[in-house]
Design a protein around this ligand. Structure first.
Ligand code: ADP
Length: 364
């Protein structure tokens, strides 16, 4: 959290250092712009810079360094500008310095108290950035643990599940005749339980994968591709149910295409599963709303009572038994996890017998 100081006149640098050190904050004076750039890389809480000490090329270098920093980091700069006697050249330089992002411009002459309060504010902001980083790192570690767990679960649990399914199949093939009807029924139950267990483990794995988003937001890509891919995967169910699916214009979004595809697939898949007798109509659309896109998947299916609108997003939460509708209760939990990882929100508006609208937001 040391404060770096760059002022071309040694006396100015010493004065600034004394002012900051009066707050019991460590300082380091840099002899020139190159030294500042090196020291910034070694770590700093803030930097005080006299604008005449930096040439355009230095500002460019600093801007480049700032760009290469992780998203949580935004080093605060306190810039001392030339004040009243400023020439057009110094004014232009001050303007360029402002592009450094987290910059506070102080016009000289500056009172020591003003420097002190600016440095305090800068360091407070820097401290919050470091806190954000530790929280982010803890989250990344927790997600990595979960992924690791999901992977071992998928490999270690799936082996025996597969064996149960295969050997009960073999038992039924070779010894089915020896067993009476009850014996065969029990064997069928063992087999279907193994298949269900396999599906549950698979869904848990998708839930864990939903957490793995890139550290930097992906480049914007059209939502059309993921929607088409989801519809392709659902083609058989769409055709079998005679459903009519329509879609509006799809925008560009900063989301991994595989995640968006999973969202569409789960939501449209649910619309098909929870349809009524009448022909199913599904409408997929996206609308702009201050700073984000709101996607909607609307159906005319069985609907959801108001008291369950939040519960349906829970892990393994279902409103129906396996006999009436198949499923694990993980589809919407996976959707919620994906959307929230990107800082968005997902919710449902619905009434029993009148259909449902699932909406989720993604930052522009
Ligand atoms: P699953 O479909 O495997 O049960 P989900 O997490 O996808 O799990 O959905 C949770 C519950 O929400 C479902 O069991 C169902 O009762 C309800 N639900 C989800 N989508 C719809 C829909 N489009 N229409 C009516 N009910 C729905």
């Amino acid at each position: 959290m040391r404060v770096l100081i760059l002022a071309p006149v040694g006396r100015d640098a010493r004065l600034l250092a004394d002012t900051v050190e009066a707050l019991e904050i460590e300082t380091a004076c840099c002899d020139n712009a190159e030294a500042l750039i090196t020291m910034v890389e070694e770590g700093a809480g803030a930097a005080i810079v006299a604008e005449e000490a930096l040439h355009s090329s230095h500002i460019l270098l600093l801007a480049k360094w700032l760009e290469s920093q992780p998203p949580w980091s935004d080093l605060p700069f306190v810039i001392l500008s030339s004040g009243g006697g400023a020439t057009p050249a110094t004014k232009a330089r001050a303007q360029r310095l402002r592009t450094l992002g987290n910059a506070t411009l102080l016009e000289r002459p500056v009172r020591p108290e003003t420097v002190q309060s600016s440095v305090r504010a800068a360091l407070r902001a820097r401290m919050r950035q470091y806190e954000m980083r530790s929280r982010q790192e803890a989250l990344i570690r927790a997600n990595a643990d979960l992924e690791q767990f999901a992977h071992s679960a998928s490999h270690d649990l799936r082996e025996p599940i597969r064996s149960i399914a295969i050997y009960s199949e073999l038992l039924s093939m070779h010894y089915g005749k020896v067993l009476d009807q009850r014996g065969n029924e029990h064997l069928n139950l063992v087999r279907s339980a193994a298949i269900r267990m396999d599906t549950l483990v698979n869904d848990l794995l998708s839930y864990a994968h939903a957490a793995s988003i890139p550290e930097r937001p992906p480049e914007p890509a059209s939502a059309k591709g993921p929607l088409e891919a989801a519809l392709k995967n659902l083609a058989a169910a769409i055709q079998e149910s005679g459903s009519c699916i329509s879609a509006g214009d799809m925008p560009l979004v900063r989301m991994l295409p595989s995640h968006l595809q999973q969202l569409f697939q789960n939501l449209i898949g649910n619309a098909i599963k929870y349809r009524r007798e009448e022909k199913l109509q599904v409408r997929v659309a996206a609308a702009k709303a201050d700073g984000h896109w709101v996607f909607s998947v609307e159906d005319n299916g069985i609907g959801i009572p108001a008291e369950y609108h939040e519960m349906v997003f829970g892990i393994f939460k279902r409103l129906h038994s396996g006999q009436s509708y198949s499923g694990t209760g993980m589809g919407l939990a996976i959707c919620q996890r994906i959307v929230e990882q990107y800082g968005g929100r997902i919710w449902v508006e619905s009434e029993p017998g009148r259909g449902s609208i699932f909406r989720f937001t993604i930052r522009e």
